[in-house]
Design a protein around this ligand. Structure first.
Ligand code: LLP
Length: 419
């Protein structure tokens, strides 16, 4: 196993962004293997409770090379779709190491998991009934909605009132679940929750763990309780933002986990399923400054990182620190600018009112912390090419882990008609 010194790691690991762009083209996702490995280890040692496992939530980044590293670190995985299951099995995850977290899925998708012996977490009574018909005599996990949620944006809160996720905790629902289980001889082996994505204060998470432990006592045959993901990372490092307080989280969680195991009378397994925490800070997307202009009093720095390449700022108003790399040496004037992309929509904004050193066309720009929900949310909108992905290995060598789209790819699935 590779050992790391614990020093503060930098995504580029001493390599020049300019030379990476020169070699692989612009824009370009750059990832750092060491950072991914370190984050895997931080999550694996989140608690001292011994029966504890981490499932990486592959929706954050499902590139095969990234999945390989995570598997090598001994994590298991979650899947949201047959497509994620497929990618995970391609890199060697076994069915037992995969949890299929299914939200409103079709019967074909259920069958994909059933045929491979992959456990599902089911998120409604309606889907439990369908599952029972398809796979009587089997085992499942159930996702409950603890009634409270958290996240960086309304769009990423996945529990509490007004959200479509999980089964509401009520006596009637528990009774109905029991009836369905009896009818189809189904055993509930797991209870699952996920309150949302990106909390940096763990108070709501801890509250929801208590609630989910409470509902778990209704089930006698549990092997595990899955507490979900959502563990936040600091996106405003330039302003000194700190990350999650892991020692505090460890203390709070340990107490609850040990207490539950005592009451339940079994050293039940606890799982978490982080995505963002593992990969977000391992990456930056590099691009090139393509134009500079002033429009009615605002200075715009145009780049080739459109929201087809990186969607989070346009979709969630998400903040990402931005760095500029210029070739010219010496002090530069700092100025306030809007940094934008090359898509024909006004939401195509990487950062508004950013204070950056004066820049010019051809400079390299880095949008930081793009390893989670970056490339996986990219698209071909405006018939743009999705960027390549490069991994800086532990020995500081960059390797290509996904090619840039080719222009022919853009029309490869279209079927022209006869005229
Ligand atoms: N488990 C379940 C059931 C989930 O739905 C998710 C994320 C996770 C785990 C992992 O959450 P994480 O640890 O990564 O926060 N595209 C949004 C984030 C959407 C998260 C969806 N579910 C963004 O860019 O902020």
């Amino acid at each position: 196993m590779l050992e790391y010194s614990g020093e503060k790691l930098n995504v580029f690991q001493g390599l020049s962004p300019k030379s990476l762009i020169k070699r692989y083209g612009s824009p370009l996702y750059v990832y750092n293997e060491k950072i991914i490995r370190e984050n895997c280890r931080k999550m694996k040692s989140l608690v001292s409770y011994h029966n504890f496992n981490v499932h990486y939530s592959a929706k954050a980044n499902s590139n095969l090379a990234i999945l390989q590293i995570i598997r090598d670190e001994g994590l298991m995985v979650d899947a949201m779709s047959p497509g994620e299951i497929f990618a995970e099995m391609e890199v060697g995850f076994t069915p037992k190491q995969i949890l299929y977290v299914a939200n409103n899925v079709k019967k074909e998708d259920m069958l994909y998991a059933i045929e491979r012996g992959i456990l599902m977490s089911i998120d409604s009574i309606s889907q439990l009934e369908q599952y029972g018909e398809l796979n009587p005599g089997s085992k499942v996990a159930l996702r409950f909605n603890p009634g409270v949620g958290d996240g960086h944006n309304k769009k990423t809160i996945t529990a509490g009132k007004g959200t479509k996720f999980g089964i509401e905790i009520s006596i009637e629902n528990i009774v109905q679940i029991r009836e369905i289980c009896k009818k189809f001889h189904i055993k509930i082996v797991g209870v699952h929750m996920h309150i949302g994505s990106l909390f940096t204060n763990s108070a709501v998470f801890i509250e929801s763990v208590k609630i989910i432990c409470g509902v778990s006592r209704n089930f006698d045959d549990l092997d595990f309780i899955d507490l979900g993901g959502g563990f936040g990372v600091p996106y405003r490092k330039q302003e000194g933002e700190e990350g999650l307080n892991l020692p505090k989280l460890r203390e709070d969680l340990d107490q609850l986990l040990y207490a539950f195991a005592r009451i339940y009378g079994k050293d039940i397994e606890f799982k978490i399923e982080p995505g963002r925490f593992i990969v977000a800070e391992s990456s930056a997307i590099l691009g090139t400054v393509t134009s500079i202009k002033r429009n009615y009093g605002i200075k715009f720095v145009g780049t080739d990182i459109g929201f087809n390449a990186f969607l989070r700022p346009a979709m969630y108003d998400a903040h990402h620190d931005i760095e500029i790399f210029s070739q010219s040496k010496g002090p530069k004037l700092v100025e306030k600018v809007h940094i934008v992309g090359n898509i024909c929509e006004n939401s195509d904004n990487l950062g508004e009112n950013r204070m950056i050193p004066q820049t010019k066309e051809g400079n390299i720009v880095a949008v930081m912390d793009t390893g989670a929900y970056g490339h996986v949310m990219s698209s071909n909108y405006n018939n743009m090419l999705r960027p390549a992905q490069v991994l800086i290995r532990h020995n500081s060598q960059p390797v290509l882990i996904r090619e840039r789209d080719r222009i022919e790819d853009l029309i490869s699935k279209d079927i022209p008609i006869e005229l």
